[in-house]
Ligand binder design. Structure first.
Ligand code: HEC
Ligand code: HEC
Length: 362
């Protein structure tokens, strides 16, 4: 008898839980977005050599109306199951669209497994793949993974999301402008999110400006740091030229830098994406697990702590960087490298209103 009552309780518990599995509808009916009456031109940005065209993953010019929808989606907490979490909750503009926590907190208060990545110059990933392990090979596949992730935004049943967004008045006009009618489909969401992400291009850092002026804008310390970055092979992995095309086979895409003797998180066959250095001074903590809080710690790793991991990349086995260094190889010049890395900060993308939150402050 007890058993029957008990299983009855479990069953009704499951039923109640099952019914609760509908997404919470936000009270956004009266929200007025801060968007200009003329659409922002995402397809062009200033650059050290004049105005530059910005391209989507498929090589076509960015569509301004679609990128605008993408911006709203990126900041909209309605994209999470319980309206608590937006993409921007783990990707902050002022931090190069990365998070200041080692691991981020998802919609249900649970921490993500890895460190949030900065977003910018995604064009460089075409043909390589997205995420630390490159598991997603196109942007329209990539953008729905966080929404459906059970830790990040919790919308496992994606069919429910278009229904939820269709009840939000501010999307109707935006979709009509971009697609000719008000229908919100998952394909349209994928594309517009992708368009917004691809519009984030870092080309206006001090370094980018310096490339056009033989670095006359650099201090001597920044120059020393740049020389060290090149001489020590950092630039053979972390490609820093201001080119926005996937620059062919010569470029490394993934590597293992011997953070541990053995990897706990094995990435993609013990290799991880080689991170872009733009905005790196703003995007700490560092590495796939966010283990280092400062750039100094990162460089100390390369100079003194590289572990003899069986998958260690060849570049880190050369004489210049001893296999298992005993004293800090970089010594006092370490700070110059940090000064140099600071020249890769792009204030255009980290402050410009076009990439900012369009929702009014509560
Ligand atoms: C709860 C935190 C969280 C939320 C919410 C979140 N992300 Fe992320 N994002 C991460 C983490 C962590 C990674 C790295 C994951 C990995 O590699 O396994 C990441 C990686 C990415 C990357 C990969 C960048 C690259 O260079 O490969 C992009 C782009 C991105 N997120 C966009 C988005 C978008 C768009 C949304 C909203 C639909 C979103 N994120 C929501 C935490 C989050
Ligand atoms: C063999 C290729 C390779 C070389 C050489 C290399 N790196 Fe890296 N770097 C990587 C990879 C891969 C990661 C990410 C590793 C991870 O998270 O497991 C990384 C991470 C970083 C990060 C953290 C970025 C972030 O967003 O978390 C910084 C900063 C960095 N490297 C700077 C340097 C400097 C400075 C040098 C030269 C002393 C250098 N790297 C040499 C491949 C390389």
């Amino acid at each position: 008898m007890k058993k029957i009552i008990f299983s009855g309780l479990i069953l009704s518990g499951l039923l109640i839980y099952g019914c609760r599995k509908m997404p919470d509808q936000p009270d956004n009916s009266k929200i007025k977005l801060n968007l200009p009456s003329t659409v922002i031109d995402y397809s062009h940005i200033p650059s050290p050599t004049g105005t530059m065209e910005v391209y989507y993953e498929d090589g076509t010019l960015i569509d301004n109306n679609k990128a605008t929808i993408g911006r709203v989606l990126f900041y909209d907490k309605a994209l999470s199951f319980n309206n608590s979490t937006a993409c921007a909750s783990c990707h902050f503009q002022e931090n190069g669209f990365s998070d200041t926590k080692a691991t981020s907190v998802g919609f249900d208060g649970i921490a993500t497994k890895r460190n949030s990545m900065p977003i910018g110059n995604l064009y460089n990933n075409v043909g390589t793949g997205y995420f630390w392990d490159t598991r997603s090979d196109n942007i329209e596949d990539m953008v729905f993974r966080p929404i459906q992730d059970h830790i990040e935004m919790g919308f496992e049943n994606i069919a429910l999301i278009t229904e939820k967004l269709s009840n939000l008045p501010y999307y109707k006009e935006l979709f009509k402008k971009a697609y000719g009618d008000e229908n919100i489909t998952t394909d349209r969401m994928r594309e517009s999110l992708g368009q917004f992400l691809f519009s984030i291009v870092n080309i206006n850092s001090k370094f980018d400006k310096g490339q056009k002026s033989n670095f006359t804008n650099f201090t001597s310390e920044e120059r020393d740091g740049m020389d060290l970055f090149v001489e020590n092979g950092c630039s053979s992995c972390h490609f820093i030229n201001s080119e926005f095309s996937p620059d062919g086979a010569s470029r490394e895409k993934m590597a293992n830098i011997g953070l541990d003797e053995r990897d706990i998180d094995i990435g993609n066959n013990h290799q991880y994406r080689i991170p872009d250095m733009r905005n790196v001074a703003l995007s700490g903590p560092y590495m796939h697990d966010g283990r280092f809080t400062s750039l100094n710690q990162v460089i100390t790793h390369y100079g003194a702590n590289v572990k003899a991991n069986p998958y260690l990349s060849e570049e880190l086995k050369s004489d210049k960087k001893p296999k298992v260094p005993t004293s800090n190889y970089f010594g006092e010049s370490q700070s110059s490298i940090v000064f140099f890395l600071n020249t890769l900060t792009d204030e255009f993308t980290t402050t410009n209103v076009r990439y900012s939150n369009p929702f009014p402050a509560k």
